[in-house]
Structures are given as C-alpha cells and as structure tokens.
Ligand binder design. Structure first.
Ligand code: PLP
Length: 230
C-alpha cells in the first residue's frame, strides 16, 4: 500500500496544528491542503482515505493530467503561479491561491465574467518582498484592493503567502503576521468574503498556524521527498 505511514503522520500533524491553534489564540479552524505535486494520483487517494478533502497542485498541466486518474471527489486548489493563457482551466479548481499580479487579476476577472460565475481567489502577498516570489507588496496592496473591488469576475476569499525558505522564526512570524494584516486590510476595503489565510508549508506550518493560518499547504511532510513528476 503506497503511503502506508500517512495515517500516523497525519495524526501527528493534526495534533501539532491543534496545539498551535491553542498557543496562537486566533481560534481559527485549520484545513490541510495536501500538496501532491510530483507524486502520482495515489497520493491524492491516500490523502482522501485519511480524511483530507483538498488537494493542491502548483502546476496546471500536472493537475489536469492527474485529475481523471484520482478516484476520489477531492477539491482541487491551484497554489502555484498561473500563466494568463491557462486561465480557462480555472474551471477545474475550487480556489486559486496565487492571484499574484494586476494583469493576472484582469484576465481571471474576464474569465469569471465570461463563464457567469466569479473565480474564487486568494490574493498572494509578498510581505518580505523577496524578488524571486510573486505577489503584492504591503505597499501595493491597498491600491490593488480598491481596484479589485470593481472586478466582478473575481471573488476575493483571503490571502496567501509563502514565507522565505530557511528563515529564522522572527522572519517567519513577520511574514505570516503581515499576511494576516493584509487580510484585515482587504476586509476593510470591502472584500467581505476575505476570510481565508493560506500559509505554512511542511517546515513552518506550526508558526503559520500560531499566526492565524486557516489553510496549510503540506507536501513533503505527508508524502516524503518528491521524485520526478509522474
Ligand atoms: C510545494 C508547495 C508547497 C508544499 O511544500 P512542502 O514544503 O513540500 O510542504 C506549498 N505551497 C506551494 C505554493 C508549493 O509549491
């Protein structure tokens, strides 16, 4: 049976999440997004058997290839950068985590209008302003938040961030609390459905949950190191 350790790993992860919620004091509900990139369909199926309901992929094509092979009604989230020429594939995803530029927002909005149903999206913020990562800086966000209000083809459901890799705890906390403040800002700007906070990966999810994460995106800790794409 593939991923035979998953039940034990998830029991451990879930208790660490509960403890982190208690320490953080935000009282939120946390859902795990199982990131199955570079693993075959059996990873998503194993996750489903253990009670996971959301599967995250960072590449559209890999997700599209995998979807018909996964024999479980998981909800698919797109967590990686989306190229504007692939926006039509958003029909297959429940949530876009990575709305990372004004140009992408315009294209996704047009798609949402065209299909007659807004695209549920998280605004990606880049609190630490790493040049290698996409997303809006804290400085850009207020203006974009105002602009997004006019884009009826989008429904802003919250904020996503990626913390710098291998950062110390203080830097991580600053990134995660900055994302939380970005969510407050979006809500104050009239995005009333902006309640989600997608942050935390295998190496930093406990700190993210302490800072209020509602969606943690976990790959390696659940499925092991990633091999070549299948
Ligand atoms: C791969 C990936 C994750 C999961 O990372 P792990 O460290 O393997 O848990 C989370 N978010 C995004 C955007 C990713 O691409």
């Amino acid at each position: 049976m593939p991923f035979s350790a998953l039940a034990d790993v998830l029991a451990d992860v879930r208790s660490r999440i509960d403890a982190a919620v208690a320490r953080g004091g935000h009282g939120q509900t946390v859902e795990i997004v199982a990131v199955t990139k570079n693993h075959g369909p059996e990873a998503a199926q194993a996750a489903w058997r253990e009670g996971i309901r959301i599967v995250g992929e960072n590449k559209v094509q890999e997700a599209l290839d995998k979807m018909p092979l996964v024999d479980a009604p998981v909800r698919w989230h797109l967590i990686g950068h989306l190229q504007r020429n692939k926006v039509r594939h958003l029909d297959r995803f429940e949530l876009l985590h990575s709305l990372d530029s004004a140009r992408l927002a315009d294209t996704v909005h047009e798609f949402g209008v065209q299909r007659g149903r807004p695209v549920e999206s998280l605004v990606q913020v880049n609190v630490s302003e790493e040049e290698t990562k996409g997303g809006f800086s804290t400085e850009q966000l207020p203006r974009e938040a105002d602009r997004l209000r006019a884009l009826g083809g989008l429904r802003i459901r919250g904020v996503m961030t990626m913390a710098p890799l291998a950062a110390d705890e203080r830097t991580l906390r600053r990134a995660f609390s900055g994302a939380r403040e970005a969510r407050t800002m979006l809500r104050a700007a009239g995005h009333e459905s902006a309640d989600a906070l997608s942050m935390g990966m295998s190496g930093d999810f406990e700190i993210a949950v302490e800072e209020g994460a509602t969606l943690v995106r976990l790959g390696t800790i659940l499925f092991g190191a990633r091999g070549a794409a299948t």
